[in-house]
Design a protein. Structure first.
Lengths: 341, 326
């Protein structure tokens, strides 16, 4: 395995110092590895407040970790030299949730595509630039003649999002971080965009980190999934195992809450009755499992120390004492084994 | 089925928005009805006219929108013909709305209790004492699983799910016959969404109003409603029982929509609908869907299809079913 992009036990705290009041631990000791040799789609799933977007911003180098580090090809983002940083900026691209906010409404969409060509000197002539732009639009499933020369408001949400994919492709990236790329796109176009993301992996060998609250689309596109709860990994593993047979009580709650588009498959399983528990702030002197106050299976030890990851199968680990008969595994070991599985 | 009892009967509703580039036909001849106590889903993509339809029933459209025609009969009374004052009284008392992003529709400066009391004072026909009002409010809060103490809270002190429950409480406060819920859970996480929807269902079953659930999430529809109306380009293209819509969709658009839904059985099997939604400024001639329709025939680009009942309780607007009738 060659580690391409890696989070090593990363923690990010907002507000106050680690020991002061009022701080929020948005990401808490998360490790993740994308393998250079094996293009993959890794889903990071969680609800609002789970830290998934903070983790994405850490991986992009937009914000710095409070502890731990983000490595690109083994170099830490915080200490890498300017030249390496420029390579990183080019090879790791992002697609965000709102395909409208990413545009300047008074410029034609062309500007979104010509700027990276200019900044990264991707073309030597105007013609070459035009060819490059048209090729990447086609790769994203757009017809250049129907796209170029338009203003953002003249295009549909799906088209705008695909232009963002095209923009990312221009730079010939190795990794794309997609943060809720289809949550604002209509159902009929959603499938088309997800398909073009999967094609990037299959045909161009680009790895994706797919960040979402939607377990159904995560299941559709990814091989591995990390379930985040309040900044920590609750469960991680192959997406089939985690979604079809969730082991962490939180994952189970999430999976049971998915409204399946089938009137014969009713919302099943246990439902949380404490309506306010989800939003209750964690106690200040939190020591144990963050899910303990909502967990139907809570035990005494859950309040004492945060549970380590237990390796329940080769390709899945669960941070829950219900599985303490399995071998504990570190986040890094697990991330490595998933990246190479 | 002329013998159907209908609590709400919407006939040939037409609404346009006036824009600098010309009128936009957002709702173009929509007809449907609601049986007492039933849950009807109104689904469609952005721009399909579902929210405009919902807001027209409440007469709460933006100023640029004009209701150009049609009838909205609530127990036989045409809401579109009521005076402003008559309509104001009908809101909450006869027909109420849980608006989109309802959690942001509460007044941030007023305690929840004051807002609930205001609703009763402003819309109840006849008067009642403060004590009676508060008893009613507590009953309703109890039915949406909130403690009475939320009355003393400001909205910002409550979670999104709790605010959503307050909006449900407000909608049922005066026991209306019809509740319109416009994407009531779109801003909520999936766990809370399920809790809120199950609360709404329980309250609805207990009190018996009919509900129109407006939204684009087919999963939520499958879990919640009895019948579904599918909107496309300002028109209602199919109406039928939820099981029929999912298992045996009739309109080519509904068929493609159902196929495009992701599930937890297959992977990497994506079936989007090719093409784009129609421009409402310059709609295509004939059927709104014909430019994207895999089954389009020559007449589809010429003749406008009509919504017809082709078998019991199955309504569809498509030339494929010409000559078929229930």
């Amino acid at each position: 395995m060659t580690s391409l992009l890696e989070a090593q036990n990363v923690t990010r705290v907002f507000g106050g110092g680690l020991l002061q009041k009022g701080h929020t631990v948005a990401v808490d000791g998360v490790s993740l590895i994308i393998d250079e040799d094996r293009p993959s789609i890794t889903a990071i799933a969680g609800e609002s407040g789970s830290g998934k977007t903070t983790l994405a911003r850490l991986l992009l180098g937009v914000i710095q970790p409070t502890s731990g580090s983000i490595l690109y090809r083994g170099d830490s983002l915080t200490t890498m030299d300017g030249r390496t940083r420029k390579t990183f900026r080019r090879q790791v691209q992002a697609i965000f949730q709102d395909p409208y906010e990413a545009y300047n409404p008074v410029y034609k969409v062309d500007q979104t595509l010509t700027t990276p060509v200019r900044k990264f000197r991707l073309a030597h002539s105007r013609e070459e630039a035009q060819q490059l732009i048209e090729a990447s639009l086609r790769m994203a499933g757009l017809r250049p003649e129907e796209t170029l020369g338009r203003y953002p408001h003249q295009l549909s949400g799906g088209q705008r999002q695909r232009i963002m994919v095209a923009r990312a492709l221009l730079l010939n990236p190795r990794v794309i971080l997609a943060d809720e790329p289809v949550s604002m796109v209509d159902a009929s176009l959603r499938a088309t965009i997800l398909e073009s993301l999967v094609k990037l992996k299959r045909e161009l060998g680009i790895s994706l980190v797919y960040i979402t609250h939607d377990l159904t689309t995560a299941y559709q596109v990814s091989q591995n999934i990390y379930i985040l709860y309040r900044g920590s990994v609750a469960e991680l593993g192959s997406v089939e195992k985690v979604i079809n047979d969730p082991k962490h009580p939180y994952t189970r709650l999430l999976v049971n809450s998915i409204p399946l588009p089938d009137p014969d498959l009713h919302w099943g399983g246990e439902i949380e009755t404490k309506a306010s528990a989800a939003a209750a702030p964690l106690p200040k002197t939190m020591q144990g499992c963050k899910f303990a106050n909502r967990c139907p299976y809570v035990m005494a030890e859950c309040h004492e120390a945060p549970p380590p990851l237990y390796l329940t199968e080769d390709d899945r680990a669960v941070a829950c004492y219900l599985h303490k008969s399995s071998v504990p595994v570190s986040g890094k070991e697990m991330a490595e084994s998933l990246a190479t599985a | 089925m002329a013998t159907d009892t209908r609590v709400l009967d919407v006939r040939d509703l037409r609404v346009s928005y006036h824009t600098p580039s010309g009128p936009v036909r957002a709702v173009n001849g929509v007809s449907f009805f609601l049986r007492p106590g039933e849950r009807l889903g109104l689904v469609g993509e952005s721009g399909s006219g579902k929210t405009t339809t919902a807001l027209s029933l409440m007469r709460l459209l933006q100023e640029s929108a004009v209701i150009e025609g049609g009838e909205v009969l609530l127990d036989g009374v045409d809401l579109l013909q009521l005076s402003e004052e008559g309509m104001r009284q009908a809101r909450f008392a006869d027909i109420s709305l849980i608006p989109q992003g309802a959690m942001n529709s509460l007044n941030p400066m007023l305690k929840v209790g004051a807002q609930l009391r205001d609703t009763i004072r402003a819309h109840r026909r006849g008067s009642s004492s403060r004590a009676a009002t508060d008893v009613r409010i507590q009953d309703v809060l109890d039915s949406v699983e909130l403690e009475a103490r939320v009355m003393d809270s400001y909205p910002h002190e409550l979670s999104g799910g709790m605010k959503q429950r307050i909006c449900i409480a407000m909608a049922i406060l005066l026991s209306p016959k019809v509740i319109i819920a416009d994407e009531p859970t779109s801003a909520l996480d999936v766990v809370v969404q399920r809790q809120v929807m199950e609360t709404l269902r329980r309250v609805q079953e207990l009190l018996g109003p009919a509900v129109i659930l407006v939204g684009h999430d087919m999963g939520l529809m499958a879990q919640f409603v009895d019948r579904i109306g599918v909107m496309y380009g300002g028109k209602l293209v199919e109406v039928g029982p939820v099981r029929g819509i999912f298992k045996d969709p009739l309109h080519p658009y509904t068929q493609l929509l159902i196929q495009s839904l992701p599930n937890l059985r297959t992977k990497e099997d994506f079936r989007g609908i090719p093409g784009l939604t129609p421009s409402l400024l310059a709609p295509p001639p004939g059927c709104m869907f014909h430019p994207r329709c895999p089954q389009a025939m020559p007449r589809c680009s010429v003749d406008v299809p009509v919504l017809e009942e082709i078998k019991p309780d199955r309504w569809v607007m498509c030339h494929l079913y010409d000559g078929v009738s229930a």
